[in-house]
Design a binder for this molecule. Structure first.
Ligand SMILES: *Cc1c(COP(=O)(O)O)cnc(C)c1O
Length: 244
């Protein structure tokens, strides 16, 4: 048992509970995803022993090694892909992950759909949206969210293509907020993602659109205030990332 990790995890869970209460929401509606990238399998096993049910990784290759090393781990955790996915890794990603948060193009969605059909599975996905307009960010381009009608029209066409893919199950949206001096400054970006989600849910009721994957170690309370249903927390649970 790793005491420091357990204490950090408890502190994060308390932060989630407090942020949910402050927003008049139930903490049970916010899923904690512990982001284990750069940390070895033994640390992941300790996190699961401490009560973590959901793990996030941003690289397919690294996740593959970890998931293989932890095949006998019980209870079996759910694995989330939160980093950019190249189409040549899509087949492996379909084998490894329970939910892919980082679908950022129609072409990638089509490739995932093909591999999911070959495996005879339905694959839950989230659509990653770049609501900040930073050039360095992945995601469908929708700076300003609903207010940017040209970008939004292009996004809607791609989304209609994705919703027509039989093996994919769209569950909602994901974003990464810009790095800001004070976490409250991230709130407009989280709000923009929620507004997009609400509009998409009205337009396309055939998908559930329940999930809003947003909020990391430094801005989780702001994200929960704006409706996050999944927060992706790395450093606050595992400490600083390992080099390499
Ligand atoms: C690394 C990462 C996180 C976790 O970030 P922390 O600041 O360590 O909590 C969340 N989301 C994505 C997409 C990441 O790559």
């Amino acid at each position: 048992m790793n005491t420091e990790l357990s204490q950090r995890l408890a502190a994060v869970q308390a932060q989630i509970a407090a942020a949910a209460a402050a927003a008049g929401r139930s903490a049970a509606d916010v899923q904690l995803i512990a982001v284990s990238k750069t940390h070895p399998p033994a640390v992941v096993a300790a996190a699961v022993a401490a009560g973590v049910t959901d793990l996030g990784e941003n690289r397919v290759q690294e996740a593959h090694q970890k998931i293989s090393a932890l095949q006998t781990l019980r209870p079996r955790p759910r694995w989330h892909l939160i980093g950019h996915l190249q189409r040549n890794k899509a087949k492996l990603a379909v084998e490894l992950f329970d939910l892919i948060h980082s679908v950022d193009s129609l072409r990638l969605a089509e490739t995932l759909d093909r591999h999911a059909r070959e495996r005879d599975r339905r694959l839950p996905i989230l659509l990653q949206i770049n609501v900040s307009g930073e050039a360095s960010k992945e995601g469908f381009w929708a700076p300003g969210g609903l207010k940017n009608s040209d970008a939004y029209s292009a996004l809607l066409r791609d989304i209609e293509g994705i919703l027509a893919l039989p093996a994919l199950e769209v569950r909602g949206l994901m974003t990464i907020a810009p790095i800001v001096a004070h976490p409250d400054e991230a709130r407009p970006f989280f709000a923009a993602l929620r507004e997009l989600r609400d509009d998409l849910a009205r337009r396309y009721p055939q998908a559930t659109w329940r999930e809003l994957s947003m909020g990391m170690s430094d801005d989780l309370a702001a994200a929960i205030a704006e409706g996050a249903t999944m927060v992706r927390i790395g450093r606050a649970i595992f400490g600083e990332r390992q080099a390499g």
